[in-house]
Design a binder for this molecule. Structure first.
Ligand code: ATP
Ligand code: MG
Length: 482
């Protein structure tokens, strides 16, 4: 095969530095993997660059770091035989070329020193096994023993070695195959796809963290349904998101059918991905209907119902996040909240929209109300253009009212216009349930539109409410200002 050179890929001075350091150590050295692939695909700026040395990658990293301005720190991972340098915006990873063999119950290989080609064989895909030489004799030459260049041109995900073994050795590669297919718009070659389908269960030996890392990359693609669909088709999704797979299927009783909530969900995720790059909002879209599987009932009068599925679903979020070792922090609470509230704007859009209903929605959703609306709009998957138009218009109306109400009453970050202290001072009260009752009554009056969200109106209302409760204002309240 003709030799190809890509010197232009190596214009960053860092490559000359690494080349020089390798020469001084009398090592062969190459750039490999994602950097080469993404250069050939003209895909954006690299974040990490992988170097492979025939010899010690750690020694090479040390030599390179010593030659760089500011002498950056070298992080050495002895157990893996790798080293990493952060330099400018780049993460430089170094490894010694190696040959790997695997035990059945672990994805940690037994490692021996090897040649460049040994190292290319242990790579997951042909398109990730491409290497460029940094050696003076053939600087920039492409080394491509598995025709990765061809697969790149044709858009094919293929393993360098036999697929069954490749995926069995390290089952994480099954999800990576799908992730790259989704990210790059490639197709997974048939034998690979079959191998993944046949051994999807082996994903169980992979840590949740690594699975989630790849899942997140799939969720962040332009059309997540591509990757999610492949995960489902191969049986992988059922391994780590069974709640989602449980939504699949259409049941029919007495001639009544419900929609397939799995495929509906994937459509919703695609829709929302056109409007947001927020990973957690995409998660909310993915999980917004998970409560529908456990709550599904057939009622002879009502047909199919999913009573309370929002509440049930939001409770499932916690268990799911915990199982996947996702953060159990405000991100989870956000997803729970959106799942819980996911039907609220729909009710509004169906009925006549009153100001007080909109105020309550904004009050309950707080600063997440925009995201909630985005989710609801994404939830419209009807294929009837008239209906779709009507729903969207209704939501637009809800948004309009939200803006109006917000301008007038600032409900979004609601702060009680009269404090508990003022109530105590006004009526000469010690801490007591009456204070809570009055505060709640003021809030209700504002949400119902009885009074505006203003201190003076709230104060008058407070005096009235106090009288109702048999309270009398004291002569000289401690704080006469409010
Ligand atoms: P990206 O950085 O966009 O995720 P990448 O291809 O650089 O893509 P990394 O996870 O950074 O992916 O890995 C760097 C390289 O290491 C890959 O290109 C591939 O050659 C190799 N590699 C990574 N993970 C595996 C694996 N599980 N099995 C075999 N080779 C792998
Ligand atoms: Mg990378």
């Amino acid at each position: 095969m003709a030799q190809r050179h890509y010197k232009e890929a190596l214009s960053n001075p860092i490559f000359r530095q690494v080349s020089l350091a390798a020469e001084q150590l009398s090592l062969e050295c190459y750039v490999i993997g994602g950097f080469v692939r993404d250069f050939l695909l003209k895909r954006g700026q690299p974040v990490d660059i992988d170097f492979v040395a025939v010899g010690s990658g750690i020694d090479l990293a040390r030599k390179v770091a010593a030659s760089l301005p500011g002498k950056p720190k070298v992080s050495v991972f002895k157990n893996f035989g790798t080293a990493m340098i952060r330099y400018e915006d780049l993460q430089l990873e170094f490894v010694g070329a190696r040959r790997e063999s695997y035990n059945r119950d672990s994805r940690k290989p037994v490692v021996e020193d090897g040649s460049l080609e040994d190292d290319q064989k242990r790579r997951d895909f042909t398109i990730n096994a491409l290497a460029l030489s940094l050696n003076p004799g053939n600087f920039g030459q492409l080394l491509d023993p598995f025709s990765g260049l061809e697969d790149l041109a044709e858009g094919i995900i293929r393993t360098p070695l036999e697929p069954q073994t490749t995926y069995s050795d390290d089952p994480l590669r099954m999800i990576r195959a799908i992730r790259f297919a989704a990210q790059l718009g490639f197709r997974i070659e048939r034998e690979s796809l079959n191998a993944i389908g046949a051994q999807h269960e082996r994903i169980r030996i992979v840590s949740r963290e690594r699975i989630v890392e790849e899942l997140h990359k799939i969720l962040m693609t332009d059309t997540p349904s591509v990757g999610l669909g492949l995960l489902h088709q191969t049986g992988l999704l059922a391994e780590f998101l069974p709640e989602l797979v449980a939504l699949q299927g259409i049941q029919e009783i007495e001639g009544q059918r419900h929609k397939d909530n799995f495929w509906h969900t994937l459509e919703v995720v695609d829709n929302i991905s056109r409007h947001t790059d927020d990973l957690w909002l995409r998660w909310a879209a993915l999980l917004h209907d998970i409560g529908k599987a456990p709550t599904k009932r057939f009622d002879p009068k009502l047909g199919w119902t999913f009573h309370n599925h929002e509440l049930v679903g939001s409770r499932m979020v916690y268990r799911l996040f915990k199982r996947l070792r996702l953060p159990l922090n405000e991100k989870m609470k956000y997803v729970q909240k959106l799942v819980l509230m996911s039907s609220r704007p729909i009710v509004l859009a169906n009925d006549f929209v009153t100001d007080s209903a909109v105020r309550r929605l904004v009050f309950d959703a707080g600063e997440d109300v925009e995201d909630l609306m985005t989710l609801c709009e994404a939830d419209i998957t009807t294929k009837n253009p008239k209906k779709q138009q009507r729903y969207l218009q209704n939501f637009a109306l809800v948004r309009e009212k939200m803006a109006e109400v917000e301008e007038r009453d600032r409900i979004r970050n609601f702060q009680p216009p009269v404090s508990g202290e003022t109530i105590m001072d006004t009526f000469g009260l010690k801490p007591s349930p009456q204070i809570g009752i009055i505060k709640e009554a003021i809030k209700e009056a504002i949400l119902e539109g009885v009074i505006p969200n203003e201190a003076a109106a709230a104060r008058t209302f407070m005096l009235g409410k106090g009288r109702e409760l048999g309270l009398t204002p004291v002569e000289n309240p401690a704080d006469p200002k409010t």
